[in-house]
Design a protein around this ligand. Structure first.
Ligand SMILES: Cc1cc2nc3c(=O)[nH]c(=O)nc-3n(C[C@H](O)[C@H](O)[C@H](O)COP(=O)(O)O)c2cc1C
Length: 160
């Protein structure tokens, strides 16, 4: 069973998760959709990983999803997001994906990373406007490596 792990990352956290998935899933191919192209028709399972910026998945990921809509409908789909507001998982799914595509998909958030020193000027500015948590402290954004295992389990324990 062939799996494609297709990801879009700006600062690397989504890439890290994709690389871990690649190590854990036998016969899997890692694709950076910002640099490579891929025909999903050649795979049984497609994992789509994207970071979220201002509520949106990466533009190149969106182009890929839209370009292969029909092919992707007939695949086993896994979706993960690296993001700060994990409670918005369903909203991010609904806004960025076709209903048909997410209907039977396994979808999870994996947490994220916010390293201001790596950010572009524009991203730094936007980050300053992100609301603080109720405690008045900065919301802590960290990756959850333990969720990768859970995601793989859910993806591959599904019955055909
Ligand atoms: C400018 C900016 C905007 C962001 N907007 C959102 C957002 O709307 N929702 C969210 O959950 N996370 C948001 N995040 C958090 C990112 O999704 C998170 O940092 C993620 O780990 C980035 O992934 P990457 O390192 O693969 O690019 C934002 C981060 C930045 C810097």
């Amino acid at each position: 069973m062939k799996t494609a792990i297709i990801y879009a990352s700006t600062y690397g956290s989504t890439r890290k998760v994709a690389q871990t998935l690649n190590q854990k899933i036998p016969d899997s191919t890692l694709v950076d959709i910002k640099k490579q192209s891929i025909d999903p028709a050649n795979f049984d399972t497609i994992i789509l990983g994207s970071s979220i910026y201002i509520g949106q998945v990466d533009k190149q990921m969106k182009n890929f999803i839209n370009g292969y809509k029909e092919v992707l409908k007939n695949k086993r789909i896994g979706i993960y997001f690296c993001c700060g507001f994990e409670e918005n998982l369903q909203t991010y799914l609904d806004t960025n994906f076709d209903k048909e595509m997410i209907k039977d998909a396994i979808a999870m958030t994996m947490g994220g990373e916010m390293d201001v020193s790596k950010m572009s000027f524009a991203h730094k500015m936007i980050t300053r406007m992100v609301p603080k948590s109720e405690q008045g402290k900065n919301r802590e954004v960290t990756l959850h490596p333990e969720k990768v295992e859970e995601f793989v389990k859910q993806m591959f324990s599904q019955t055909e």
